[in-house]
Design a protein around this ligand. Structure first.
Ligand code: PMP
Length: 304
């Protein structure tokens, strides 16, 4: 299990990670009222780069806006966010790739079930970059748990409390001997995994649930779609039936902690010819890996 590296940003300064605590009576603890994002920082020699930091910051802002957390935006400009990320990375001096988790916690105690006007505390910490799903052909199970719809707890807001839904589905998959779950929405259409987006390839066409399918608008999902279009691959973002996955030529997932990784089996049905990435996914993984550290293209990489 990954643990936070020694130093973290908490409140308004960098402190020893073991000393960062939130009260048990805060809304963050009582109601899961925190929003967060996780992005990778690559380390090569003395160079450290973060991937799509502006998009992660923007998604954090949007999560706050959806949930009604109004104290984040006035306190956290993008420039402050970058400078604190830079500081906390430098304080830990990682020697290999890390994931950085930035969380806005609603830290007022027992205010009841409301949010507007409440104060927040930011935590930003690093942990070792260990993928959360196998990279060599994972086995998925359609979950008995449905994805929370946008009009209950919106998936496009990355709010901690909503992850109970992911925990239920992932644990059910593990208990049944699978690597992860496939969430369906309340109408039975495909959404995503517990913490990754899903794609299928059929007849050379790349298909993925659109952003109104109760999914997280994943930053690596957006990256894959951009790179696929650049490669001249036909891309469809639309409603996806579960049985389309069963008969796909390739199925793969994307996410910060999932990488671009192949799916080998779904509900006992084998996908494609081998557990390895198929040709389309393989091209996209190569492009994705290059993009993670390339300062030249797309303006996606921030040198820290
Ligand atoms: N869906 C869910 C539910 C997630 O938690 C994640 C991981 N953040 C993703 C998709 C992938 O998003 P991203 O590409 O931004 O990491």
């Amino acid at each position: 299990m990954a643990t936070p590296h020694d130093k973290m940003f908490f409140g308004d300064s960098i402190i020893d990670s073991r000393e960062a605590t939130l009260g048990v009576a805060t809304s963050a603890v009582l109601y899961g009222l925190s929003v967060y994002t996780v992005f990778p920082v690559h380390v090569s020699g003395t160079s450290r780069t973060a991937f799509r930091l502006r998009d992660h910051y923007q998604r954090l802002l949007e999560s706050c806006k959806i949930i009604g957390i109004d104290s984040f935006a006035p306190q956290w400009t993008f420039d402050r966010f970058v400078s604190v990320v830079r500081e906390v990375v430098a304080a830990n001096d990682p020697q290999s790739e890390v994931y950085v988790r930035a969380t806005v916690h609603v830290d007022e105690s027992i205010p009841g079930t409301r949010v507007r006007g409440l104060s927040t505390t930011m935590s930003i910490f690093l942990y070792d970059a260990v993928p959360i799903v196998p990279q060599d052909g994972m086995r998925l199970k359609t979950s008995v748990w449905r994805r929370i719809p946008d009009n209950a707890i919106p998936s496009r807001a990355k709010v901690n409390g909503a992850y109970v839904n992911s925990v239920l589905a992932k644990q059910d998959a593990i208990d049944s001997g699978f690597d992860d779950c496939i969430f369906l929405d309340i109408n039975g259409h495909v959404c995503e995994l517990s913490a990754a987006n899903i794609f299928l390839v059929r007849g050379g066409v790349l298909i993925t649930p659109d952003v109104t399918s109760d999914i997280l608008d994943g930053i690596n999902r957006r990256t894959i779609l951009t790179l696929a279009r650049e490669e001249g691959i036909e891309v469809h973002e639309r409603t996806v039936d579960l049985t389309e996955l069963y008969i796909a030529d390739e199925v793969f997932v994307s996410g910060t902690s999932a990488g671009v990784a192949p799916v080998h089996q779904i509900d006992g049905r084998t996908i494609g010819d081998s557990p390895a990435l198929g040709p389309v996914a393989s091209t996209l993984r190569k492009r994705h890996q290059a993009a993670l550290t390339s300062v030249e293209s797309h303006d996606w990489v921030t040198v820290l």
